[in-house]
Design a protein around this ligand. Structure first.
Ligand code: ADE
Ligand code: ZN
Length: 324
Protein backbone atom coordinates (compact mmCIF):
# COMPACT_ATOMS: atom_id res chain seq x y z
CA UNK A 1 0.00 0.00 0.00
CA UNK A 2 2.78 2.41 0.94
CA UNK A 3 4.30 1.85 -2.49
CA UNK A 4 0.99 2.43 -4.24
CA UNK A 5 0.41 5.66 -2.31
CA UNK A 6 3.88 6.88 -3.25
CA UNK A 7 3.49 5.91 -6.89
CA UNK A 8 0.06 7.44 -7.56
CA UNK A 9 0.06 10.94 -9.02
CA UNK A 10 -1.87 13.13 -6.60
CA UNK A 11 -3.24 16.67 -6.32
CA UNK A 12 -3.34 18.60 -3.05
CA UNK A 13 -6.32 20.94 -2.72
CA UNK A 14 -6.31 21.92 0.95
CA UNK A 15 -2.97 23.24 2.09
CA UNK A 16 -2.21 26.44 4.00
CA UNK A 17 1.25 27.54 2.96
CA UNK A 18 1.80 29.10 6.41
CA UNK A 19 1.07 25.64 7.81
CA UNK A 20 4.11 24.18 6.06
CA UNK A 21 6.52 26.18 8.23
CA UNK A 22 8.71 23.47 9.75
CA UNK A 23 10.30 24.24 13.14
CA UNK A 24 13.80 24.32 11.59
CA UNK A 25 12.85 27.02 9.07
CA UNK A 26 10.87 28.88 11.77
CA UNK A 27 14.02 29.09 13.87
CA UNK A 28 16.27 30.08 10.96
CA UNK A 29 13.91 32.87 9.85
CA UNK A 30 13.37 34.09 13.43
CA UNK A 31 17.13 34.50 13.84
CA UNK A 32 17.61 36.10 10.43
CA UNK A 33 14.73 38.56 10.90
CA UNK A 34 15.33 39.20 14.60
CA UNK A 35 11.90 37.98 15.67
CA UNK A 36 11.50 36.70 19.24
CA UNK A 37 9.94 33.24 19.50
CA UNK A 38 8.44 31.89 22.72
CA UNK A 39 10.63 28.77 22.34
CA UNK A 40 14.31 28.15 23.17
CA UNK A 41 14.83 25.31 20.71
CA UNK A 42 13.19 23.01 18.17
CA UNK A 43 12.22 20.42 20.79
CA UNK A 44 10.28 23.10 22.68
CA UNK A 45 8.46 24.08 19.50
CA UNK A 46 7.50 20.49 18.79
CA UNK A 47 6.25 19.87 22.30
CA UNK A 48 4.00 22.95 22.02
CA UNK A 49 2.15 21.19 19.19
CA UNK A 50 -0.24 19.49 21.55
CA UNK A 51 -3.55 20.88 20.42
CA UNK A 52 -6.90 20.64 22.14
CA UNK A 53 -9.01 22.43 19.52
CA UNK A 54 -8.80 24.46 16.31
CA UNK A 55 -8.24 27.68 18.29
CA UNK A 56 -5.40 26.20 20.35
CA UNK A 57 -3.67 25.43 17.04
CA UNK A 58 -4.44 28.78 15.41
CA UNK A 59 -2.83 30.71 18.27
CA UNK A 60 0.46 28.89 17.66
CA UNK A 61 0.13 28.97 13.86
CA UNK A 62 -0.34 32.75 13.76
CA UNK A 63 2.61 33.25 16.15
CA UNK A 64 4.78 31.09 13.88
CA UNK A 65 3.82 33.13 10.80
CA UNK A 66 5.37 36.23 12.42
CA UNK A 67 8.82 35.10 11.26
CA UNK A 68 7.82 35.57 7.60
CA UNK A 69 8.94 39.07 6.64
CA UNK A 70 10.68 39.26 3.25
CA UNK A 71 9.71 38.04 -0.20
CA UNK A 72 12.54 35.50 0.04
CA UNK A 73 10.99 34.07 3.24
CA UNK A 74 7.73 33.36 1.41
CA UNK A 75 9.72 31.92 -1.48
CA UNK A 76 11.78 29.63 0.79
CA UNK A 77 8.66 28.46 2.63
CA UNK A 78 6.83 27.62 -0.59
CA UNK A 79 9.83 26.05 -2.28
CA UNK A 80 10.45 23.72 0.67
CA UNK A 81 6.81 22.53 0.44
CA UNK A 82 7.09 21.99 -3.31
CA UNK A 83 10.21 19.87 -2.91
CA UNK A 84 8.23 17.64 -0.55
CA UNK A 85 5.46 17.51 -3.16
CA UNK A 86 7.97 16.31 -5.72
CA UNK A 87 9.24 13.63 -3.34
CA UNK A 88 5.65 12.44 -2.69
CA UNK A 89 4.51 12.52 -6.33
CA UNK A 90 2.09 15.40 -5.82
CA UNK A 91 1.86 16.82 -9.34
CA UNK A 92 -0.71 19.59 -8.86
CA UNK A 93 -1.34 21.89 -5.88
CA UNK A 94 -3.97 24.48 -5.01
CA UNK A 95 -2.44 26.44 -2.15
CA UNK A 96 -4.11 28.74 0.37
CA UNK A 97 -2.47 31.80 1.80
CA UNK A 98 -3.85 34.13 4.48
CA UNK A 99 -3.10 37.70 3.31
CA UNK A 100 -4.48 39.34 6.46
CA UNK A 101 -2.07 37.40 8.69
CA UNK A 102 0.71 39.33 6.96
CA UNK A 103 -0.81 42.68 5.96
CA UNK A 104 -1.91 43.16 9.62
CA UNK A 105 1.81 43.05 10.54
CA UNK A 106 2.72 45.62 7.91
CA UNK A 107 3.92 43.14 5.26
CA UNK A 108 2.81 44.22 1.78
CA UNK A 109 0.34 42.02 -0.12
CA UNK A 110 2.81 42.15 -3.03
CA UNK A 111 5.68 40.77 -0.90
CA UNK A 112 3.61 37.73 0.02
CA UNK A 113 2.18 37.02 -3.44
CA UNK A 114 5.46 37.58 -5.25
CA UNK A 115 7.42 35.27 -2.94
CA UNK A 116 4.89 32.46 -3.20
CA UNK A 117 4.35 32.90 -6.93
CA UNK A 118 8.06 32.85 -7.77
CA UNK A 119 8.37 29.46 -6.07
CA UNK A 120 5.26 28.16 -7.87
CA UNK A 121 6.64 29.27 -11.25
CA UNK A 122 10.01 27.64 -10.54
CA UNK A 123 8.24 24.42 -9.52
CA UNK A 124 6.27 24.35 -12.76
CA UNK A 125 9.48 24.79 -14.77
CA UNK A 126 11.88 22.62 -12.78
CA UNK A 127 9.71 20.05 -10.97
CA UNK A 128 6.76 19.74 -13.36
CA UNK A 129 4.27 20.65 -10.62
CA UNK A 130 1.30 22.76 -11.71
CA UNK A 131 -0.43 25.06 -9.25
CA UNK A 132 -3.11 27.59 -8.39
CA UNK A 133 -3.17 30.07 -5.53
CA UNK A 134 -6.25 30.74 -3.35
CA UNK A 135 -6.42 33.60 -0.87
CA UNK A 136 -8.38 32.95 2.29
CA UNK A 137 -10.27 35.54 4.28
CA UNK A 138 -9.83 35.21 8.04
CA UNK A 139 -13.33 34.67 9.38
CA UNK A 140 -12.58 35.98 12.89
CA UNK A 141 -11.98 39.41 11.31
CA UNK A 142 -14.73 41.69 10.01
CA UNK A 143 -16.57 41.77 6.71
CA UNK A 144 -15.06 45.23 6.09
CA UNK A 145 -11.58 43.81 6.55
CA UNK A 146 -12.33 41.05 4.04
CA UNK A 147 -13.61 43.64 1.53
CA UNK A 148 -10.38 45.60 1.96
CA UNK A 149 -8.38 42.42 1.32
CA UNK A 150 -10.42 41.71 -1.81
CA UNK A 151 -9.54 45.20 -3.09
CA UNK A 152 -5.84 44.65 -2.31
CA UNK A 153 -5.88 41.41 -4.29
CA UNK A 154 -7.17 42.91 -7.53
CA UNK A 155 -3.78 44.03 -8.95
CA UNK A 156 -2.66 40.38 -8.54
CA UNK A 157 -5.78 38.78 -9.98
CA UNK A 158 -3.83 36.99 -12.68
CA UNK A 159 -1.93 35.10 -9.96
CA UNK A 160 -4.90 34.13 -7.75
CA UNK A 161 -7.60 31.71 -8.88
CA UNK A 162 -10.01 31.91 -5.99
CA UNK A 163 -11.01 32.96 -2.51
CA UNK A 164 -11.53 30.86 0.60
CA UNK A 165 -12.59 31.26 4.21
CA UNK A 166 -10.60 29.98 7.17
CA UNK A 167 -9.58 30.55 10.83
CA UNK A 168 -11.84 30.28 13.92
CA UNK A 169 -15.02 28.67 12.67
CA UNK A 170 -17.58 28.56 15.49
CA UNK A 171 -19.34 31.93 15.82
CA UNK A 172 -18.21 33.09 12.38
CA UNK A 173 -20.63 31.46 9.94
CA UNK A 174 -20.38 31.80 6.17
CA UNK A 175 -23.36 34.21 6.21
CA UNK A 176 -21.08 36.83 7.80
CA UNK A 177 -19.23 36.98 4.45
CA UNK A 178 -22.06 36.51 1.96
CA UNK A 179 -21.57 39.94 0.36
CA UNK A 180 -17.77 39.62 0.12
CA UNK A 181 -18.09 36.28 -1.63
CA UNK A 182 -20.71 37.69 -4.00
CA UNK A 183 -18.29 40.52 -4.87
CA UNK A 184 -15.41 38.02 -5.23
CA UNK A 185 -17.43 35.84 -7.62
CA UNK A 186 -18.29 38.93 -9.68
CA UNK A 187 -14.55 39.55 -10.05
CA UNK A 188 -14.20 36.03 -11.44
CA UNK A 189 -12.73 34.28 -8.41
CA UNK A 190 -13.58 30.65 -7.73
CA UNK A 191 -15.13 30.02 -4.34
CA UNK A 192 -14.21 27.60 -1.55
CA UNK A 193 -14.79 27.75 2.22
CA UNK A 194 -13.88 25.85 5.35
CA UNK A 195 -17.16 24.59 6.80
CA UNK A 196 -18.20 21.78 9.10
CA UNK A 197 -14.72 21.28 10.55
CA UNK A 198 -15.71 22.18 14.13
CA UNK A 199 -19.01 23.92 13.53
CA UNK A 200 -22.21 22.04 12.71
CA UNK A 201 -23.67 21.09 9.35
CA UNK A 202 -25.66 24.35 9.06
CA UNK A 203 -22.34 26.03 8.21
CA UNK A 204 -21.98 23.68 5.23
CA UNK A 205 -25.48 24.52 4.00
CA UNK A 206 -24.64 28.22 4.31
CA UNK A 207 -21.41 27.78 2.36
CA UNK A 208 -23.40 26.08 -0.40
CA UNK A 209 -26.50 28.26 -0.45
CA UNK A 210 -25.07 31.67 0.46
CA UNK A 211 -21.45 31.58 -0.73
CA UNK A 212 -22.10 29.24 -3.72
CA UNK A 213 -18.91 27.29 -3.14
CA UNK A 214 -17.24 25.12 -5.78
CA UNK A 215 -16.07 22.85 -2.96
CA UNK A 216 -16.08 22.57 0.84
CA UNK A 217 -12.90 22.42 2.91
CA UNK A 218 -13.23 19.73 5.61
CA UNK A 219 -17.03 19.29 5.67
CA UNK A 220 -16.77 16.25 7.92
CA UNK A 221 -19.81 17.24 10.00
CA UNK A 222 -22.05 16.77 6.94
CA UNK A 223 -22.84 13.31 8.28
CA UNK A 224 -25.18 14.84 10.88
CA UNK A 225 -27.66 15.65 8.12
CA UNK A 226 -28.77 12.91 5.74
CA UNK A 227 -30.29 15.43 3.34
CA UNK A 228 -26.99 17.26 3.17
CA UNK A 229 -25.03 14.09 2.41
CA UNK A 230 -27.55 13.24 -0.33
CA UNK A 231 -27.16 16.74 -1.74
CA UNK A 232 -23.35 16.50 -1.76
CA UNK A 233 -23.61 13.17 -3.60
CA UNK A 234 -26.18 14.41 -6.12
CA UNK A 235 -24.27 17.60 -6.95
CA UNK A 236 -20.84 16.00 -6.51
CA UNK A 237 -19.68 18.94 -4.40
CA UNK A 238 -16.16 17.93 -3.31
CA UNK A 239 -14.95 17.78 0.28
CA UNK A 240 -11.24 18.44 0.84
CA UNK A 241 -10.69 16.34 3.96
CA UNK A 242 -7.54 16.43 6.11
CA UNK A 243 -7.50 13.28 8.28
CA UNK A 244 -4.40 13.93 10.43
CA UNK A 245 -5.55 17.51 11.04
CA UNK A 246 -9.00 16.35 12.17
CA UNK A 247 -7.50 13.96 14.73
CA UNK A 248 -4.80 16.40 15.92
CA UNK A 249 -7.38 19.16 16.47
CA UNK A 250 -9.80 16.74 18.15
CA UNK A 251 -12.55 17.24 15.59
CA UNK A 252 -12.41 13.42 15.42
CA UNK A 253 -11.44 11.38 18.49
CA UNK A 254 -9.41 8.67 16.79
CA UNK A 255 -8.55 7.92 13.17
CA UNK A 256 -10.59 4.72 13.47
CA UNK A 257 -13.66 6.94 13.90
CA UNK A 258 -12.99 9.16 10.88
CA UNK A 259 -15.87 9.21 8.38
CA UNK A 260 -13.86 9.74 5.18
CA UNK A 261 -14.14 6.14 3.98
CA UNK A 262 -17.83 5.91 4.89
CA UNK A 263 -18.49 9.07 2.87
CA UNK A 264 -16.41 7.73 -0.03
CA UNK A 265 -18.44 4.50 -0.11
CA UNK A 266 -21.68 6.48 -0.03
CA UNK A 267 -20.57 8.33 -3.17
CA UNK A 268 -19.37 11.67 -1.79
CA UNK A 269 -16.50 13.18 -3.78
CA UNK A 270 -13.95 13.15 -0.95
CA UNK A 271 -10.24 13.93 -1.24
CA UNK A 272 -7.24 13.54 1.09
CA UNK A 273 -5.13 16.59 1.96
CA UNK A 274 -2.67 17.72 4.61
CA UNK A 275 -3.98 21.16 5.77
CA UNK A 276 -0.98 22.30 7.89
CA UNK A 277 1.52 19.45 7.57
CA UNK A 278 4.31 21.00 9.65
CA UNK A 279 1.94 21.13 12.62
CA UNK A 280 -0.04 17.92 12.20
CA UNK A 281 2.68 15.35 11.67
CA UNK A 282 2.45 14.56 8.00
CA UNK A 283 2.26 15.61 4.38
CA UNK A 284 -0.11 14.07 1.87
CA UNK A 285 1.33 10.55 1.74
CA UNK A 286 1.32 10.30 5.54
CA UNK A 287 -2.36 11.28 5.46
CA UNK A 288 -3.11 8.50 2.96
CA UNK A 289 -1.10 6.04 5.06
CA UNK A 290 -2.94 7.00 8.25
CA UNK A 291 -6.27 6.37 6.51
CA UNK A 292 -5.11 3.00 5.18
CA UNK A 293 -3.80 1.95 8.57
CA UNK A 294 -6.95 2.74 10.54
CA UNK A 295 -9.81 2.44 8.08
CA UNK A 296 -9.26 -0.70 5.98
CA UNK A 297 -9.44 0.91 2.57
CA UNK A 298 -8.55 -1.23 -0.40
CA UNK A 299 -6.30 -0.45 -3.37
CA UNK A 300 -9.14 0.53 -5.68
CA UNK A 301 -10.42 2.98 -3.08
CA UNK A 302 -6.96 4.52 -2.74
CA UNK A 303 -6.84 4.95 -6.50
CA UNK A 304 -10.29 6.56 -6.43
CA UNK A 305 -9.18 8.98 -3.73
CA UNK A 306 -6.19 10.03 -5.85
CA UNK A 307 -8.40 10.42 -8.93
CA UNK A 308 -10.90 12.42 -6.90
CA UNK A 309 -8.16 14.93 -6.10
CA UNK A 310 -7.95 15.80 -9.81
CA UNK A 311 -11.72 15.66 -10.35
CA UNK A 312 -12.20 18.17 -7.54
CA UNK A 313 -9.41 20.47 -8.76
CA UNK A 314 -9.66 23.67 -10.76
CA UNK A 315 -7.65 22.15 -13.61
CA UNK A 316 -9.25 22.33 -17.08
CA UNK A 317 -11.36 19.34 -18.10
CA UNK A 318 -8.68 18.39 -20.64
CA UNK A 319 -5.91 18.33 -18.01
CA UNK A 320 -8.12 16.47 -15.51
CA UNK A 321 -8.80 13.71 -18.03
CA UNK A 322 -5.12 12.89 -18.09
CA UNK A 323 -5.30 11.75 -14.43
CA UNK A 324 -8.82 10.37 -14.12
N1 ADE B 1 -6.02 27.92 9.03
C1 ADE B 1 -5.03 27.03 8.89
N2 ADE B 1 -5.46 25.79 9.11
C2 ADE B 1 -6.79 25.88 9.38
C3 ADE B 1 -7.81 24.94 9.67
N3 ADE B 1 -7.58 23.63 9.75
N4 ADE B 1 -9.04 25.42 9.91
C4 ADE B 1 -9.29 26.72 9.85
N5 ADE B 1 -8.38 27.65 9.57
C5 ADE B 1 -7.13 27.23 9.33
ZN1 ZN C 1 -7.59 24.24 6.39
Amino acid sequence: MKELIQKLPKAELHLHIEGTLEPELMFTLAQKNNIALPYQNIEEIKSAYNFTSLQSFLDIYYAGANVLINESDFFDLTWAYLLTCKAQNVVHVEIFFDPQTHTKRGIAFKTVVDGITKALTKAEEELGISSFLIMSFLRHLSEADAFETLEQSLPFKDKIIGVGLDSSEVGHPPSKFERVFEASAKKGYKIVAHAGEEADSSYIWEAINLLHVNRIDHGIRCEEDVKLVDFLIEKQIPLTICPLSNVKLKAVKRMQEHNIVKLLRQGVLVTINSDDPAYFGGYINENYEAVVKSLHVNKEEIKTLAKNSFKASFLSEVKKQFFI
